[in-house]
Design a protein around this ligand. Sequence first.
Ligand SMILES: [Mg+2]
Length: 211
Amino acid sequence: MPVRSNVFISALGAVVITVTTAPFADASSTALPSSPDSSSVDLPGRSDVPYEIWQKDVQEVAHRASAYLHARTRSLKPSERAAIVLDIDNSALETAYADELPIPPVQAVLQVVVAARSNGVKIFFVTARTEIADAATKANLRHAGYPVDGLYSRPVTKALESPAEFKTAKRKEIERDGYTIVANIGNTVTDLVGGHAERAFKLPDYDGKLW
Ligand SMILES: [Mg+2]
């Protein structure tokens, strides 16, 4: 009997996999060990945008980011501590297209990040996922090949607050820690508004179809 699984982000921001056994569609939810709840919200993330088109659109942005970062890292002053801020879902990891955990990396973005890291740029992830999923999130990122110099996720008590305000506040915090955020890479507007990055690179979200 065919089994189809989807990866969701729950209302609290933890990754949840829902397994559906066809043809009866009697679904059960399997949460990660650290997930606080077993309910999931089917966000409009299981994109109907074909994977190949998404990849091509991502690659165009990654190519621009790569060229910029290559030049920018060569102009860094010895005193400058450069950092990249990254969104996770559908920016660093191909969450909406994944059928299983761990979620694979967005390869074009991974290549940009690994190249920048080799030039001394620190890599900070700022996500609307909640802190309760931190261990699983870090394990997934590292399994996917990402260096993780920092992970900023939302406290459960702030899970329903504005992602944009949270993410901007974390970029300010990173700056206060002495870093220059040379690039902020994300796929939704809420990842990028609010400033506090020299450059913002907008990956596709197809008008909200990818969170
Ligand atoms: Mg995202």
